[in-house]
Design a protein. Structure first.
Length: 497
């Protein structure tokens, strides 16, 4: 929703030119779509790269991007026809060979964080100069939707082959509206207009400077002071403050973002479902929504907003606040004197406040959190890759197709499944969600999968979140999409405002 502010006389037609100054939290993990994993990565990523398939930000309906059309010629074969004449920022051609190279890399490279997106793909073939055919292990009608995300962002294969060990984390070359210029750690990422962008007339901006400012209050103040034009990844507290400032526009738009404690359920104590369930019963989600989200979120026992097509209302609020039941489950699990759980948190003040409030609620039933704050890129390496610690509280981005959310969070190859454990029943239920193209059948399959994940308490969901930003009156046509990903193709600066 657009929050109240002053109305200004503004130009109605886009005016090219100018550099957009953005404040964003945290140094990205990487600017390679295959290896990135943090929410802040997306801020710059989608300025540099185009995906194979796009979606309407309002309706979520798929639409062409680098693939001009696509079709399932049979349930296990997906054919993509590509836009012709597109070039990467390094001047090399975007074609079927480049797409095959990227998808093969995403499936086979040990560093890939998007491998789980292509778990149903058996092989990729360049069946023409501008045609790619995906052969599947089993039907998966969610694949076109999956290709709207990072796994569908195509990197110049020449740049990968020229890089040491194929590492382009800090030297991204895409086909997008902006070209990468520089990255100064914990300070600045700069991109400039791609003068040869294949979408005629776009982008409007000459460039974007992404200033990396970890503290959200500080980032918000840079907009007030005129040092930046737009601050991303804001929290409810900054939105509330900005609403009182008539020269700012504060937005809290519907999104797929949710806050959860991801668990390593492959090792004690969280390999015991009773402990995980106890934690879910110990949480007062209504209080969290009021205190942390100021009412801008929704309490939930799952991962999706209540208006999402695949959410199952029967289990969306499965865990009600019940401290006595939580204590009973802990006692049954053998923790009569409570227990301590090692927990990671992002280091900014807002994140610390979130985990401390959750910790206070858990402590009421005998669960103590040993909290270690660290930057996202450090936490991700230690928790998700090295398996250190037991939990982490952070925002998770829901993906356009719910199968991606389940796969990435709980699948054996999922980038956010720290212990890589997977229940065979989970796999059976997840595979069933992609076996039909019928929306009703898929919704029923997702309801069964959601019930399993909720009853097994594979994580500790808290609240869904709006996509929040603060900007000055010069920034026009900026909005987060439903996935909390900013798109800058059509953003422009109105100097008359």
């Amino acid at each position: 929703m657009l929050l109240p502010g002053r109305t200004f006389a503004q130009a109605s037609q886009p005016i090219p030119g100018g550099t957009l100054r953005i404040a964003m939290p945290f140094n990205p993990a990487a600017l390679d779509p295959m290896t990135g994993r943090n929410v802040p990565d997306f801020n710059a990523l989608y300025a540099i790269f185009d995906a194979l398939i796009a979606f309407d930000p309002a309706t979520l309906e798929l639409r062409p991007m680098l693939a001009k059309d696509w079709t399932f010629t049979d349930p296990a074969t997906l054919v993509l026809n590509l836009v012709e004449g597109v070039k990467f920022h390094d001047g090399t051609p975007f074609d079927a060979d480049a797409v095959k190279f990227n998808l093969d890399r995403s499936m086979n490279d040990p560093r890939s964080n998007v491998r789980s997106d292509l778990v149903s793909v058996k092989s990729v073939e360049a069946t023409g100069p501008n045609q790619v055919t995906l052969r599947l292990k089993q039907p998966n009608y969610s694949l076109p939707t999956i290709l709207t995300g990072r796994v569908g962002c195509i990197v110049s294969s020449a740049s990968i082959q020229a890089a040491a060990n194929g590492n382009v984390d800090r030297s991204p070359v895409g086909t997008g509206p902006f070209k990468f210029v520089e990255w100064r750690d914990n300070d600045l990422i700069r991109v400039e207009k791609n003068p040869d962008y294949w979408q005629t007339g776009l982008p409007y901006l000459d460039g974007i400077d992404f200033r990396i400012i970890n503290e959200l209050n500080t980032a918000a103040r840079t907009v007030t002071a005129g040092e930046t034009d737009l601050s991303l990844n804001m929290a409810a507290q900054q939105i509330a403050t900005a609403r009182r400032m008539p020269d700012l526009v504060a937005e809290a738009n519907p999104s797929m973002i949710f806050f959860t404690l991801m668990m390593n359920f492959a090792k004690p104590p969280l390999n015991d479902v009773r402990v995980r369930q106890a934690m879910n019963y110990a949480i007062n989600r209504d209080e969290l929504n009021k205190v942390l989200m100021l009412g801008l979120g929704e309490p939930t026992s799952t991962m999706f907003p209540k208006d999402f097509w695949a959410v199952d209302a029967e289990t969306a609020h499965f865990y009600q606040h019940d401290p006595e039941k939580a204590r009973s489950l802990l006692k049954e699990a053998g923790y009569t004197n409570g227990l301590e759980i090692e927990t990671w948190s992002w280091p900014d003040q807002t994140s610390i406040q979130r985990i401390e409030l959750v910790g206070n609620q858990l402590e009421q039933v005998g669960i103590r959190l040993k909290i270690t704050p660290s930057p996202p890129q450090v936490v991700n390496q230690l928790f998700y890759i090295e398996g250190k610690g037991a939990m982490i509280l952070n925002p998770q981005g829901g993906w356009l197709d719910p199968s991606q959310t389940y796969e990435r969070l709980f699948g054996a190859t999922g980038q956010f499944n720290a212990g890589k454990a997977e229940d065979p029943q989970f796999r059976k239920l997840l595979d069933a969600t992609g076996s039909s193209a019928d929306a009703g059948e898929r919704k029923a399959a997702f309801a069964s999968l959601q019930r399993f994940v909720v009853e097994q308490a594979l994580h500790l969901p808290l609240v869904t979140s709006a996509a929040m930003s603060i900007r000055n009156k010069k920034v026009r046509d900026f909005h987060y999409d439903r996935l909390h990903s900013p798109r800058f193709h059509r953003v422009w600066l109105d100097q008359s405002a």
